[in-house]
Design a protein around this ligand. Structure first.
Ligand SMILES: [Ca+2]
Ligand SMILES: [Ca+2]
Ligand SMILES: [Ca+2]
Ligand SMILES: [Ca+2]
Length: 246
């Protein structure tokens, strides 16, 4: 049995990257090669990059970035203090940076039940997670959106549409197991609190995009990070959780 299992794993490692390469994706940087099991749950997906950079010093993650050209007239982006987002941000523009796991691997750990969200990547959500989308109506006048590297599933033109995958079936207060070697981020799904993670201290943080003020077309649908479209209907506010080693 053991030899069959090892053979299965070898075939999987050799075969999977070719399968991924043949998939159409405009936003994939280059041929991903991962030869060793990742400590992160199985599947392809993305995480927000914190100021620390991607977990595991980027061995398992490709990086990318999205500049949002937010409202220029009386601009009012706002964010929590502290805010550990890895990109840069100001009142009238901001950049998100991503950590994208592009390759299925031999890790058999699924994302545990709980209440949190990650970025979708590769066309579908990891097993057990439900999907949704948030649409940012970026600045209409002389829009200067840009992007680079490997991005979450979505559409990145003069507006921004990003797909999410969320665990919604568990409890945020029931601690889950994830790699604790590096600081990282998950999106917050529960309105009131971060998902608890064994061995990590969670801090709830947020960013509010001042999206286009005129005839705003922001939207959110399906399962997405809390909160999504703000009550005033022309801003997007997302909560995320910064996890630090205790
Ligand atoms: Ca702007
Ligand atoms: Ca727009
Ligand atoms: Ca606005
Ligand atoms: Ca505007």
């Amino acid at each position: 049995m053991a030899s069959i299992r090892i053979l299965t794993i070898l075939v999987y490692v050799i075969a999977v990257p070719h399968g991924i390469d043949s998939r159409e994706n405009d936003y994939i940087d280059s041929d991903p090669i991962v030869a060793a099991p990742s400590p992160w749950p199985v599947g392809t997906y993305g995480l927000l990059m914190p100021t620390d950079g991607c977990p595991s010093t980027s061995i398992y993650f490709y990086t990318g970035q999205r500049k949002f050209d937010t409202e220029d007239s009386d601009p009012n982006n706002n964010w929590s203090s502290p805010c550990h987002l890895g990109g840069w941000y100001g009142k009238n523009n901001m950049e998100l940076q991503f950590c994208i796991k592009t390759v299925l691997d031999v890790n058999e750990n699924a994302w545990p039940a709980g209440e949190y969200c990650i970025f979708r990547f590769g066309g579908s959500c990891p097993y057990g997670m439900s999907e949704g989308r948030v649409g940012w109506d970026d600045e209409d006048s002389d829009n200067e959106n840009s992007h680079g590297g490997t991005l979450p599933d979505g559409v990145y033109d003069s507006n921004t549409h990003i797909d999410f995958c969320c665990q919604t079936s568990g409890s945020a207060s029931a601690s889950i197991n994830l790699p604790t070697n590096d600081n990282f981020m998950l999106f917050q799904y529960n309105q009131y609190q971060c998902q608890e993670v064994d061995g990590m201290r969670a801090t709830s943080e947020w960013f509010r995009w001042d999206t286009e003020d005129r005839n705003n077309e922001d939207y959110d649908t399906g399962s997405h990070p809390y909160k999504g479209v703000e009550d005033d209907n022309d801003d997007i506010k997302l909560h995320f959780c910064y996890y630090e080693r205790i």
